[in-house]
Design a protein around this ligand. Structure first.
Ligand code: LLP
Length: 418
């Protein structure tokens, strides 16, 4: 997005504020899908809603004909509200409550089971309700995604999925096959996020295809889909990361190699989150001033890790730019720090920037994924607004929270008011 457009948005809607570029979201979606589709026609995208679950974003993806991956009842309701068809929704999470299982059964979405206890509880739920359900299993393939440990999910020590090891996943399918009212529709895995090594995706695909063959050969199970999850990394620092084309080639060359042995052609499902919305979002903050200590120069801004959690949580790097000083020479080295009362609240460390002053607007780029969705009211700061930009238009898609919102759900027992 053009710095002038962003400055206008900051002036009009205030800061901190998240701004999303609709065209970029659509472009990312189409680039990703066409890379895979040109190599494996039967491909469907199941956008990972957790990356950016705003209703407006969800509507954009529904218009693009995407399905979604949801992980909670809130995300499920969001997807349904945006008009995504239940058959295009896959409900994943590693600790589903009975209430969530019931909601998923009622909605008729695909329930992606993560353990045998979920299977047994689902069996009871459909029996009690005299209903049927469509299921898949998330499998743990013991693949190291070579990413930040906090976003690695495919390791054998990970809490996610039913292990292939020890025949556990195979047994789960065997049990599910014998449950009346359960339709086995697919197999799923998601090994991690911000992955930049292609070999990891090939290994994952190889293992899951081998397993699909085993299900067909030994249990006679034909799957409607094979879901490889999300995980494709984006270049936060301008580094080289695999293109969607290279990613697609790594996956589909393996899938196509198994075609003959598998004997049928399941749909290939992919769940990108970050790739679709990451570079389409910017966080704008206002600089409150510069503080020079004997050791460092700090740029203070009007947001903290309650607004952008990623740097504190994963030591993530977000490129920054001072929008009203674009083109000025970078003469200073600053730590850009937030307003939260914790030392970990550093948003950007040791950055070369032009000399800044109070009132400047600073942009944190590539903040469209896991930005707003991980924000909180910590330190009792209302969450920021979200703005969608298309063409010449900028419109609020989520209002800035108010102080009222901080108190809305609180109750004080009468005795305490004396
Ligand atoms: N599918 C499942 C089941 C997932 O758990 C995730 C992300 C995705 C798909 C999408 O992965 P992506 O394409 O976005 O890499 N908060 C972290 C990322 C956590 C990812 C959680 N699961 C961050 O800010 O980097």
């Amino acid at each position: 997005m053009d710095p002038e457009v962003l400055l206008k948005v900051a002036r009009k809607f205030g800061t901190p504020v998240y701004v999303y570029d609709e065209d970029q979201i659509r472009k990312n979606y189409r680039t990703f899908l066409s890379a895979i589709k040109s190599r494996y026609k039967n491909t469907r995208i199941r956008y990972a809603l957790k990356a950016n679950p705003s209703l407006a974003v969800c509507h954009i993806l529904r218009q693009e004909d995407s399905g979604v991956d949801v992980v909670s009842e809130g995300e499920l309701l969001t997807a349904l509200k945006a008009g995504i068809k239940p058959k295009d929704i896959i409900f994943t999470n590693n600790s589903k409550t009975d209430k969530e299982l019931t909601a998923a059964v009622d909605a008729g979405v695909i329930i992606n089971l993560d353990s045998l206890h979920e299977l047994y509880r689902l069996k009871k739920t459909i029996k009690d309700k005299k209903k049927s359900a469509k299921v898949s299993f998330r499998v743990n393939l013991a693949v190291d995604p070579k990413t930040h440990p906090k976003i690695a999910t495919g390791l054998r020590e990970s809490k996610f999925g039913i292990h292939l090891e020890g025949g556990l996943a195979f047994k789960a399918y065997g049990v599910a096959k014998g449950v009346k009212g359960l339709g086995i529709t697919g197999v799923h895995t998601h090994i991690g996020s911000q992955i930049t090594e292609l070999g990891v995706f090939s290994e994952t695909t190889e293992k899951i295809m081998e397993f699909a063959c085993q299900l067909r050969e030994e249990l006679g199970i034909k799957l409607e889909f094979i879901d490889l999850g999300g995980g494709l990394g984006i270049p936060y620092m301008g580094e080289n990361v695999p293109t969607p084309e290279a990613y697609a080639e790594a996956i589909t060359s393996v899938v196509n190699g198994f075609k003959k042995r598998l004997g049928y052609e399941p749909e290939l499902w992919l769940e990108p989150g970050r790739y679709i919305v990451g570079n389409a979002g910017v966080l704008l903050c206002r600089i409150t001033g510069v503080k020079e200590t004997p050791y460092k120069k700090f740029v203070n801004v009007d947001a903290g890790f309650n607004v952008l959690m990623r740097p504190a949580m994963y030591d993530s790097y977000h490129r920054v730019e001072v929008l009203n000083r674009v083109g000025d020479e970078a003469t200073e080295t600053y730590d850009v720090v937030g307003n939260i009362c914790e030392s970990g609240d550093v948003l950007a460390k040791g950055r070369r920037l032009p000399k800044v002053s109070e009132g400047d607007i600073i942009a944190f780029y590539d903040a469209g994924a896991y930005g707003f969705s991980m924000s909180s009211q910590y330190n009792l700061r209302p969450r920021p607004a979200e703005i969608l930009v298309w063409g010449e238009t900028a419109e609020v898609i989520r209002e800035r929270e108010t102080f009222e919102d901080l108190f809305r759900h609180q109750r004080v027992p009468k005795d305490l008011l004396k």
